[in-house]
Ligand binder design. Structure first.
Ligand code: DGL
Length: 263
């Protein structure tokens, strides 16, 4: 492992490409290797034991690729298995929940939205309170957002109505900050901002993650100081229908080379 080694980023499927996209923008010379468990997605409705088992399996796969940093891009994995990854990893591990919690700090009344597993785990509330115990936190599971985003309904009346319904209890608590606690939600930013109103600051955990990764690489002297075009590799466990279209929507650019891992 050295400074030109890739950063390993992983997720339950293709949603983690929102984190990859933010990393490409923030750290344009870093090599990246992405793993998306497209055969077993979604994780957001699975048991803690199953998620922890899958998560450590993926972390081990990426460690064999000689990564210099592991990034848990999936909020659901981070919510229930971040410690298991830290226990087995010889390289630093960052996760989106910690990054999102850190970025939510200026808020006083913080709303958190995520998958049912993420919200039930209470991981965001714990992480935010570690940084700032006085913040009031209100959480809401939004199970329908993942399929709506994958359908491409980013500015659709059905999504708008769904968002109004999900955000209603949070807005009733007069939140000033809304943490987008799921890989898919950055794509809904314009719509969520419209529904939440201008007085609510949105925290994009993908962007927060890229900032935290840049800081860590700098502090530990792990930055790739070269300026050659970086190498991006994508590993998935299945190539589902519309994979390319959906993946490129998340990534904001072409998605290749894609390697299929048979588990
Ligand atoms: N990647 C998951 C997350 O950020 C969403 C998709 C899933 O449920 O697996 O929570």
């Amino acid at each position: 492992m050295n400074n030109t080694s890739p950063i390993g980023v992983f997720d339950s499927g293709i949603g983690g490409l929102t984190v990859v996209r933010a990393l490409m923008e923030r750290l344009p010379f870093e090599n990246l290797v992405y793993f998306g468990d497209t055969a077993r997605v979604p994780y957001g409705v699975k048991s803690v034991e199953t998620i922890a088992h899958y998560t450590t399996q993926i972390a081990q796969f990426l460690l064999e690729k000689n990564v210099k940093l592991l990034i848990i891009a999936c909020n659901t994995m981070a919510a229930v298995a971040a410690q298991s990854v830290r226990d087995l990893s010889p390289v630093p591990v960052l996760d989106v929940i910690d990054a999102g919690a850190l970025a939510a700090r200026p808020g006083r009344r913080v709303g958190v939205i995520g998958t049912p597993t993420t919200i039930n785990s209470n991981a965001y509330a714990r992480a935010i309170h570690e940084y700032e115990p006085a913040i009031r936190i209100h959480s809401q599971a939004c199970a329908l957002f993942v399929p709506l985003v994958e359908e491409g309904w980013l500015d659709h009346e059905v999504t708008r109505l769904t968002a109004r319904e999900y955000l209603k209890p949070l807005l009733a608590e007069k939140i000033d900050t809304l943490v987008l606690g799921c890989t898919h939600y950055p794509l809904l930013k314009p719509l969520l901002q419209e529904v939440a109103g201008p007085g609510v600051a949105l925290v994009d955990s993908a962007e927060a993650m890229a900032e935290q990764a840049a800081r860590l690489l700098h502090e530990r002297g792990l930055e790739n100081t070269g300026t050659a075009p970086p190498r991006y590799d994508y590993y998935v466990t299945d190539v589902p229908l519309r994979f390319q279209t959906i993946g490129e929507r998340f990534l904001g650019r072409t998605l290749h080379p894609v390697h299929v891992v048979k588990w």
